[in-house]
Design a protein around this ligand. Structure first.
Ligand code: ATP
Ligand code: MG
Length: 764
């Protein structure tokens, strides 16, 4: 089989040019990612060992998709390729090498919340004004410093930075950065930016390690290269320095992460770094109709800073781009939902063929509400991750402490949860003592009588003993047995069980779901090391999108434009095209920011294969008040020849002319409030509360004994009754027996996902 037949001649050249530096700069949908995929397949056909190939992608989802595609060409060898996001690949390497830079190999990964909590603690300790030194701002500064490889010492010595901080009245930032870095180090923790920063330190200070990975990764490829920051850039440069078998692909017009330190110059300077680079330009877009490609070109033409590109499509001309105006955000949601249902019926499509893209996560609410009302199944990508939920983080904090007792954020999270009478004063004393003695918080409580008075000493000693005993259990038990032991002995399971509110029950079920996941993990046959510590490493870098196992489910996708990068859908709805929303208010101050917003718009429209819909509302709620909105300037910039309705001139669109619509809207919003009231009103008390033993037993034997009464025949659309949540309708069923998950819309409490084998459901 000629596996390269699916490429045009330039793509094919780029694939076959396996040696030396290669750069592909090309517009959206021109097959850049496809070239990387085929290149890897080609290398393996040429007998390159998959272990010697490193592919860096921007999202886990992209990596997974690529691996699947390669598997179809070359078979199971594909699983040995090093492929993943920068963070996941280098976290894996740091697990092996961390001790060389003074970290334990079982270091904890602090997520954004942990980092911000630590910053808050430090601000308090330093008695700094938390408005001036807002934790988000401080976090952003530290993150930016790390992504530009500015160490604490450099930060404090750099005159420009110092001058800037003093001018803005924030002269203590250098000190905060120092304390933050020291505290992370002491806690054996790395934050997300450290995963790259410390990799750089490792590769710089340990030539032997650098050599090892230079030898290992004989071929490197980077997708979405336009969005790499300096830290990532340097890692790639170092690893590729010996052989220079480095292939990067990207599109300057899609650079959308400058706010996180990405530097478009990396792509522009590639030629300077590698004078021998072979550059390939791909100009044909295979993804979209001509109309879509044309409007994309007309949008990006408004940016001054861009590389000349001539992108064309030989696909059909396609439908014109539809622009829809609504008088409120709720109405916009309704129009989108109805349009999706209509298009699906007319064109015989599936729900998965549609995606709704928005600028900010908050916009999903009105979309969701409308989709729910119409009974359209949907899935939100990039929302709050399962692992970000409080109860999950609490239990995971116990796991973290079990393997790394130095972990300060985990310690603070659970030292008094569930409540064991350890108050703030005691905690402050522990922190103070730890600081003074230069010991960890955990060290202090192991020696409690020396630092605390009797009652408090007793309470914390109990906690210390428990955590130590967890570590012993972990050594001798499977991941699942350990996790269950910890959930029970920490008192967390009981605490959640005792909370009989609907939310409490939901939290309890989430813990069960986590335990289930761990059980599955501990039974996996494809990996050797199945301890709880390994499970923890896997999940630290997961996002919502990755956790979802149900990939082949027929749902409409909702996501921010940022997370839609690299993806494609037959029909795309870009919503909320309004001034101050898209472009974002924050982007209106400089040309550079505005151009980045425009690139974001370019990314959004180029996700569409067959049909693109744009919409805006003339009023929407923001922070609880109704505000008038003006249509986005981006709409004005589109060549009207490609639009289905001509956009009226701005003056006509101004909201003042819509009195009729407004009064209609008013009556509707009061309606919708009413309905909201219905949805979220207090649920009825459970008709028959489960017994203690039945609830606890679920945790003991999650895979047995809880088959629902008669849900084997359950189908989408069925009306059901849940023991606690009342009546609802099944929206989707995902997964395989016995792990089928149902998404059910309950009249009383809204949407919920339940594992059928546990759910107390009855078809009505
Ligand atoms: P983006 O900039 O959005 O990441 P891209 O340049 O990576 O886009 P791909 O996702 O690789 O583009 O390709 C876009 C679509 O076009 C995919 O569905 C891909 O399979 C298809 N495609 C690319 N090249 C060809 C080709 N030579 N023949 C047929 N289909 C192609
Ligand atoms: Mg791509």
């Amino acid at each position: 089989m000629d596996y390269l037949a699916g490429l045009n001649s330039i793509q094919r050249q780029a694939v076959e040019q396996t040696e030396g530096p290669v750069m592909i700069v090309a517009g959206a949908g021109s097959g850049k990612t496809r070239v990387i995929t085929y290149r890897v397949a080609h290398l393996i056909q040429k007998k390159i060992d998959p272990f010697n190939i490193l592919v860096l992608t921007f999202t886990n989802k992209a990596a997974k998709e690529m691996r699947n595609r390669i598997t179809t060409v070359i078979g199971s060898e594909a699983k040995n390729i090093w492929m993943g996001t920068f963070h996941s690949v280098f976290a894996k390497i740091l697990r092996v090498e961390a001790n060389k830079i003074g970290y334990p190999n079982n270091f904890t990964i602090y997520d954004t919340d942990d980092s911000k909590n630590l910053i808050k603690t430090i601000l308090k300790e330093m008695s700094l004004d938390d408005k001036l030194y807002h934790h988000n701002y401080v976090y952003g500064r530290i993150s930016m410093a790390k992504n530009n490889l500015i160490s604490v010492a450099e930060y404090q010595q750099n005159e420009q930075i110092q001058a800037d901080d003093f001018t803005s009245g924030r002269g203590f930032l250098g000190k905060i950065y120092e304390t933050y870095a020291n505290r992370c180090f002491k806690a054996g923790a790395m934050d997300f930016d450290d995963l790259l920063f410390k990799t750089n330190v490792l590769l710089k200070e340990h030539i032997d390690v650098l050599n090892k990975y230079q030898q290992k990764f004989k071929y490197l490829m980077v997708d979405e290269y336009q969005d790499t920051n300096f830290s990532q850039y340097l890692i790639v440069k170092k690893l590729a320095a010996v052989r220079e078998n480095l292939c990067v692909v990207g599109d300057d017009a899609q650079s959308i992460y400058a706010f996180r330190g990405a530097n478009i110059q990396n792509i522009l300077n590639f030629q300077k770094d590698y004078p021998d680079v072979k550059v390939y330009k791909l100009e044909q877009n295979y993804r979209s109709t001509q109309n879509i490609v044309n409007i994309a070109n007309s949008i990006i033409a408004n940016n001054k800073n861009q590389l000349e590109k001539n992108v064309f499509s030989e696909n059909e001309t396609g439908d014109k781009i539809k622009v829809t105006r609504s008088f409120s955000d709720n109405e916009e949601g309704k129009q989108v939902a109805e349009s999706i249902a209509q298009e699906r019926a007319d064109k015989n499509l599936n729900w998965v063929d549609f995606a709704i893209l928005y600028r900010t996560n908050a916009q999903s609410r009105s979309m969701e509400e409308a989709l729910r009302k119409l009974g359209v199944p949907y899935k939100i990508y990039g929302g709050q991750s399962f692992y970000q939920r409080k109860e999950i983080k609490d239990l995971i904090a116990y796991f973290r402490l079990t393997f790394n007792p130095a972990d300060e954020e985990a310690f603070k999270r659970v030292i008094n949860y569930p409540a064991r009478g350890i108050g703030k004063t005691t905690l402050d004393k522990i922190i103070l003592a730890a600081d003074k003695e230069n010991m960890t918080l955990f060290d202090i409580i192991c020696d409690a009588p020396n630092y605390l008075e009797n009652r408090a000493a007793l309470a914390v000693a109990g906690f210390a003993t428990a955590v130590q005993s967890f570590a012993v259990v972990a050594k001798n038990s499977t991941a699942y047995d350990t996790a269950l032991h910890i959930a029970q002995q920490s008192g967390l399971l009981k605490d959640l069980y005792d909370d009989k509110s609907v939310e409490g029950v939901g939290r309890y079920e989430n813990i069960q779901e986590l335990l289930n996941g761990i059980k599955e993990f501990s039974e996996r046959e494809d990996i050797e090391d199945r301890g709880l510590d390994v499970f923890m490493q896997d999940i630290a870098l997961l996002t919502n999108d990755d956790k979802d196992k149900a990939e082949n489910v027929d749902t409409v996708s909702l996501m921010t434009i940022h997370s839609s990068k690299g993806l494609e859908y037959p029909q795309i709805y870009v919503v909320g095209l309004e001034e101050n929303l898209f472009p974002s208010q924050m982007a209106l101050n400089s040309r550079a920011d505005l151009e980045e917003e425009r690139r974001l718009f370019y990314v959004a429209v180029t996700r569409a294969e067959k049909k693109l819909h744009l919409s805006y509302a003339t009023s929407r709620f923001k922070f609880g008040t109704l505000i008038n909105c003006e249509p986005s300037r981006f709409l004005d910039e589109i060549d009207p020849r490609f639009l289905e309705i001509e956009i009226p001139k701005k003056s006509m669109l101004s909201t003042g002319n819509f009195d009729d619509e407004r009064s209609q809207w008013k009556s509707k919003t009061s309606d919708s409030k009413q309905t909201q009231g219905d949805f979220f009103s207090k649920p009825k008390p459970a008709t028959k509360p489960p017994t203690t033993t039945s609830i606890l037993a679920k945790a003991h034997v999650p895979s047995e004994g809880f088959a629902p009464s008669d849900t084997s025949k359950l189908q989408v659309g069925h009306e059901v009754e849940h023991e606690r949540f009342g009546y609802g309708k099944v929206l989707t069923l995902e997964g395989n027996k016995p792990d089928i998950k149902a998404t059910i819309f309950f009249k009383e409490i809204g949407q919920k996902q339940l594992l059928l084998k546990f759910a107390k459901l009855r078809i009505v």
